[in-house]
Design a protein around this ligand. Structure first.
Ligand code: DCP
Length: 174
């Protein structure tokens, strides 16, 4: 598995920019929060209405706001990488609690109350806040790192090869 990973990472430098980014701007970034995306689904399925995020705040905006929040409270003494990791995992647990015992939940969360949706938005935000601060404290430039990792993912899982299959890349024979 390690050899396969090295082979893929070797090809990474050849990876082209993702098709959804032009001049570094995500497709649909100028749409308003909650706008429907009228692009045809890329997975061939009848897709439920697509959803897009607001363009702001950026990851860097959130990193900076959280750094200010932490500085103002003299909390950097507590916000070392391991503590941030544990805090993030705790918040992931809080997200999980909202889903537990419900069985499968469909996209768009039909049947969820407004209060439950609001709670979910809080818990997901907590996860993101701690994730971004963890990345900062570990000196990972997350916006760039995520682009690189997605390029790697495209190499590992060429659409032509894996379309419609959820097998792990190590299970494919070339
Ligand atoms: N030492 C801390 C405590 C809190 N926060 C910030 C980041 C999170 O976004 C949020 C977490 O706050 P809580 O620990 O109070 O957790 P919840 O908001 O999830 O509250 P509860 O556990 O009651 O659901 O506050 C932080 O940065 N550092």
């Amino acid at each position: 598995m390690a050899e396969r990973r090295e082979e893929i990472e070797g090809k990474l430098s050849d990876a082209t920019a993702p098709s959804s980014l032009a001049n570094g701007t995500p497709k649909g970034a100028n749409t308003r929060h909650g706008d429907q995306d009228t692009r045809p689904p890329q997975n061939g399925l009848k897709s439920p209405q697509r959803f897009s995020f607001s363009a702001e705040p950026t990851m860097e905006d959130i990193r900076r706001l959280q750094a200010e929040f932490t500085d103002e409270r003299d909390w950097n003494q507590f916000h070392q990488p391991r503590n941030l990791l544990l805090a993030m995992v705790g918040e992931v647990g809080e997200v999980s609690e909202l889903f537990q015992w419900r069985g499968e939940v469909a996209e768009g969360l039909p049947g969820w109350t407004e209060a439950e949706r609001e709670q979910l938005s809080h818990e997901l935000s907590d996860v993101l806040i701690y994730l971004l601060e963890l990345a900062e404290k570990c000196r990972v430039d997350l916006p760039q790192a995520v682009l690189k990792k997605m390029a790697l993912n495209r190499l590992k899982y060429p659409a032509s090869k894996v379309h419609g299959s959820a097998k792990k890349y190590t299970e494919y024979q070339d």
